[in-house]
Ligand binder design. Sequence first.
Ligand code: B16
Ligand code: MG
Length: 219
Amino acid sequence: MKGAIFDLDGVITDTAKFHFAAWSQLASEKLGLKLPASFETELKGISRIESLERILDFGGLRDKYTAEQVEELAAEKNGYYLKAIDTLTKDDILPGITRLIGELKEHDVKLSVASASKNAPVILKKLGLFDKFDAIADPSKVEHGKPAPDIFLAGARAVSLDPKDCVGVEDAVAGVAAIKAANMTAVAVGDPEELGKADAVVPTTDDFSYALFEETWEK
Ligand code: B16
Ligand code: MG
């Protein structure tokens, strides 16, 4: 294993609750909708615009808005979201992640971020982790979002590595599918039934380790 390509939300920090709160606010204030709690999981790893399209579909509102209005609504949601994440600090790094980063660096593993979030750089700065990563793939430069492999391929390319020498790290079904489509080894955190396509699934981020990544990659 020469590289570890990390998802951000749900792996490094838990921002899904902030995304869901921001979407819920937009839905109730601007769309007259109440979002079911299942949307918190369903929108994990899904891009901003595609998330909004799914919400509009849920409300049967897809045809009501022009592309420009959809962009405006997405920007509004991002405003709510940015306000919510303003309070993030290093205390919001998920358990074991700082240790894991140290272990990987000790073994000269290159570290890259493959998040669907355009806010990844700002979030990593707030967590004090920005300088630990060798690269952050830019989701606005890839054609297809997760479950397509594009962002993980961009993550490997950004550290000049062959995908087969990399482990991808995820918490979402769409993300695991993206890692496998990129021809990488997938290590996931969460429910093993839901994330069954991954090569290894652990219950918490504290169960991640260099040894687990290396062992899973070698299999
Ligand atoms: P933004 P990940 C994803 O991050 C989130 O899981 C998803 O809910 C969000 O819509 C997406 O980023 C886009 O985020 O609006 O900040 O660009 O899990 O791929 O790190
Ligand atoms: Mg995620």
